[in-house]
Design a protein around this ligand. Structure first.
Ligand code: PLP
Length: 393
């Protein structure tokens, strides 16, 4: 269509879909309505109040008393970029644990800021073995930071963090953690395990549209950033300036994405109303039933149960089944979105998110019935009733 002046285009509408992929997840009407509240100035006293409250709510969801807790403009990747941009000086040695695509991405980001990256790797679908990290620390006692993904969205692994945190701190290094797919769904033990730099995204277990990167920084890490002599190489994500905008003096750095902050504020209030511990329990209980249901249908799950991530489940698609055709069928017939594999798992697995509002037995049952139908269309019969019995308890 050729656009000409004076044309009135019909309003674009999208229809509601069930977003059970790796994100974005569905957003409640309350959050969408907060997004549509009237815009006000980014230094307006009312907006500053909303920022302050949003910071307190983020401290609650992160379970931290870190003073430097805020939401950066940009998606989860802005959090990853800011985490490395602020903490690395050219030539610094850092250790990055890679157990999937997002850990691999961390190595790329850190090296772009001049870090010498030492990789600790494990195969996709397995967590990082703390003994391998211990060996890397021993061989590189001059490394400054250990970076790791808590919830690997490319595989569905929830990385146990106790030993990783202990090894890092015993060696006097900073711990940098990606919790994009864990925050708001499973516990992110920021203060308990003294994470130094932690970031997330809004569109997963927080059930908010994509567009902000919640972040929290420990006091030792924040002091280090304040004292660094070489300016942060990324002006937009320089925490030394941004912390002043979120702090006492409200120094202008960038125009806050005002309506996105309203939305995040509302999404976090919903979490407070449920209670963060109850929310974690709900995610665990529903995920266990979901895993049982998939197994009852004959699916082989990618990750060993003790390392499975409740907010994102991965299973191998049965032999002879075209996994992309199943996803298309689910979308065309049921308006259900799920994800395919990334990296070496591409074409072999499905990734299904049970994030926030979608960690719900009714939605899980709908997905299981739809998946059974989609597999049947591919000539693969499964016991859907046995699976539904598990979901219905
Ligand atoms: N880190 C992890 C673990 C992720 O799952 C994602 C996105 O899925 C990102 C980082 C990047 O976040 P975004 O796509 O919001 O920029």
């Amino acid at each position: 269509m050729k656009l000409t002046a004076g044309m009135a285009l019909p309003r674009r509408k999208t229809s509601e879909k069930l977003l059970m992929g790796p994100g974005p997840s569905n957003v409640s009407a309350r959050v969408l309505s907060a997004l549509g509240e009237p815009i006000i100035g980014h230094l307006d006293a009312d907006f500053l109040d909303i920022m302050t409250e949003t910071k307190e709510l983020l401290q609650y969801v992160f379970q931290t008393e870190n003073e430097l807790t805020l939401a950066l403009p940009g998606t989860g990747s802005a959090g990853m970029e800011a985490a490395w941009a602020n903490t690395v000086l050219p030539g610094d040695k850092v250790i990055v644990c890679v157990h999937g695509v997002f850990g691999q991405r961390m190595t790329d980001v850190a090296s772009r800021y001049g870090a010498e990256v030492i990789k600790v790797e494990s195969p996709m679908g397995k967590p990082i073995d703390p003994e391998m990290l211990a060996a890397a620390i021993k061989a590189n006692p001059d490394a400054k930071i250990v970076g790791i993904v808590h919830a690997e969205t490319s595989t569905g692994v929830l990385q146990p963090m106790d030993e990783i945190a202990k090894l890092t701190h015993d060696a006097g290094m900073f711990l940098l953690v990606d919790c994009v797919t864990s925050l708001g769904g499973v516990e992110v033990p920021v203060d308990k395990l003294a994470f130094d730099m932690t970031y997330s995204g809004t569109q997963k277990c927080l059930n908010c549209p994509p567009g902000l990167a919640p972040m929290t920084v420990s006091k030792p890490m924040a002091d280090w950033i304040r004292a660094r002599q070489i300016p942060v190489k990324n002006w937009y994500l320089d925490l030394n300036m941004i912390m002043r905008y979120w702090g006492e003096d409200r120094f202008y750095h960038h125009t806050a994405p005002i309506n996105m902050i309203y939305a995040l504020n509302e999404a976090l209030r919903i979490i407070l109303e449920e209670g963060i511990e109850k929310r974690w329990e709900r995610h665990w209980a529903n995920a266990r039933r979901f895993w049982g249901a998939l197994e009852a249908m004959g699916m082989k799950l990618v990750v060993e149960e003790k390392y499975r991530l409740p907010s994102l489940t991965t299973y191998y698609t049965p032999d002879g089944v075209n996994e992309a055709a199943v996803r298309n069928y689910l979308m065309d017939k049921y308006k259900i979105e799920i994800g395919g594999g990334l990296g070496e798992l591409k074409g072999k697995i499905h990734r299904v998110g049970l994030m926030g509002v979608n960690s719900d037995p009714a939605r899980m049952a709908l997905f299981i019935a739809a998946l059974g139908d989609a597999l049947k269309a591919q000539g693969c019969k499964c016991d859907v009733n046995a699976a539904l019995d598990i979901i219905n308890g």
